[in-house]
Design a protein around this ligand. Structure first.
Ligand SMILES: *Cc1c(COP(=O)(O)O)cnc(C)c1O
Length: 457
């Protein structure tokens, strides 16, 4: 069959409004050319993130009504715990209000100056939490992960040779933990093979280093494994997910992604002694361990979402939609990272705007253009997010200049995304008219969220 139709139909709709180009140019100026600061109501197609932006199902909305808001040992907690334990096989579950809270609690205990924490690619909040508590966050993705156009199945894999060299050189005294992000969000939403997860886990085990998954998109990753890894073709997505978690000593998760929720996350662990220490931090920052940062109704909706996300018909429709979106963008002349990943299409801004140097933040320029021309909001993953000015004053750009167009789960139709591709085509026809940007104001951490910019004239 050519089609993978969505295994659901639409019961409720939410109006969205297109603005005029003049209005958008004015809003951009007011927002310091930072799309995080533009009012959502003035965005027509919002592809800023797939985090917390999904549509909940009728089952999830009904689950909300069954939320038990008891402070301690609520029924909803046991339901959430059973589902998370069923997927991860991990005994200790700490519910948090989102993924970064799980990271913060974990790294407040683990990350210290002088230590190194490797990953395939750390997500920005993970990196920020690690660096905030003093350790160094290193990315060890396979070399093909940096190749925008190599059509390879598992470009999110960890470079096991470099991981082994790091573990040998530093030992467990200097490497308190190893992370692996599935799918690899920062690296283009590219999946990690089960073979690679097992390999990374075995290396960590051999060196006595705890191995953690950043499991935000575990179901999308499991679906790719089923489709692309010969040895796993006969396994269900649920079985693959359990096999992935079986390799890990712990996991952090933002349930705003594959939890199909609007808010939520968790930290899951096998080590009971570590769980006891982290629960003290959880109580201080989030709440009592059986609700953490969440209401009982959120725990119910997430438990249902974590079950629904493993539906293979849903995953085929979702990942198929992302792939079709990528094809439409390419057909419109926009260079993209290939193959498309699970949750987003990443535009290659260096390829689109070769006339803008890294200092001119080409990916931000493309992000601004998408909004100015079509009311489309994406997010820059380039030198605004990762560039640095070195002590000697030289600018060190990011490895890749990308614009991520993340596709919210169960929200937009192919028609919406076809429109976005058309906007991208218009931009490519006039690409020489777009200029660079410079930062005029920035905070010390996660600057892309709140920096203000100005066009370079
Ligand atoms: C979203 C995300 C996080 C952080 O989760 P939040 O819920 O946004 O705090 C961490 N890692 C990855 C890979 C993510 O995509």
């Amino acid at each position: 069959m050519q089609h993978n139709p969505e295994p659901y139909r639409i019961k409720m709709v939410e109006a969205i409004r297109q603005t005029s180009r003049e209005e958008r140019l004015r809003l951009l100026e007011q927002a310091g050319y930072n799309l995080f600061l533009v009012p959502a109501e003035a965005v027509f197609i919002d592809l800023l993130t797939d985090s917390g932006t999904g549509a909940m199902s009728d089952r999830q909305w009904s689950a909300l009504m069954r939320g038990d808001e008891s402070y301690a040992q609520a029924r909803s907690w046991f339901r959430f715990y059973d589902v998370v334990k069923g997927i991860t096989g991990m005994e200790h579950v700490l519910p948090t209000h989102q993924g970064r809270a799980a990271e913060n609690i974990l790294f407040s205990e683990i990350s210290k100056p002088g230590l190194v924490i490797p990953s395939n690619s750390h997500f920005d909040t993970t990196r920020a939490n690690i660096e905030f508590f003093g350790a160094e966050a290193v990315d060890l993705v396979v070399p093909e992960g940096h190749d925008l156009h190599a059509r390879l199945p598992f470009k999110g894999n960890m470079d096991l040779d470099r991981l082994e060299a790091l573990l040998k050189a530093k030992g467990r005294e200097k490497v308190p933990l190893c992370m692996l992000t599935v799918t690899n969000n920062t690296g283009g939403g590219q999946p990690v093979s089960l073979e690679n997860i097992r390999g990374a886990s075995a290396l960590c085990r051999a060196h006595g280093v705890p191995f953690f998954l950043d499991a935000c998109r575990f179901a999308e990753n499991a679906w790719f494994i089923q489709q692309r890894e010969e040895a796993c073709k006969a396994m269900t997505v649920g079985e693959i997910a359990r096999a992935m978690f079986a390799c890990a000593d712990g996991a952090t998760m933002s349930a705003k992604k594959d939890g199909l929720g609007n808010i939520g996350g968790f930290l899951a662990l096998r080590d009971g002694a570590l769980a006891v220490r982290l629960k003290s931090a959880l109580i201080l920052r989030e709440g009592f361990p059986t609700y953490g940062g969440l209401a009982g109704r959120d725990l119910e909706a997430l438990a249902t979402g974590l079950e629904e996300v493993q539906d293979e018909a849903y995953l085929a429709a979702r990942i198929g939609q992302v792939a079709r979106f990528g094809e439409a963008l390419k057909a419109a002349g926009m260079p993209i990272l290939e193959p498309t990943g699970g949750h987003a299409v990443y535009l290659d801004a260096r390829g689109a705007f070769p006339h803008i140097a890294p200092e001119g933040l080409p990916a931000q320029s493309l992000t601004v253009a998408l909004y100015a021309e079509g009311g489309v909001r994406g997010v820059e993953i380039g030198s605004l997010m990762f560039g640095r000015t070195l002590p000697d004053g030289t600018f060190q750009g990011a490895d890749l200049e990308l614009v991520r167009l993340a596709v919210p789960r169960r929200v937009y139709t192919d028609n919406h995304l076809g429109y976005v591709a058309e906007v991208a085509g218009e931009i490519m026809r006039r690409k020489g008219t777009y200029g660079g940007y410079r930062i005029v104001e920035e905070p010390p951490f996660l600057r892309h969220f709140s920096a203000r910019l100005a066009p370079v004239t």
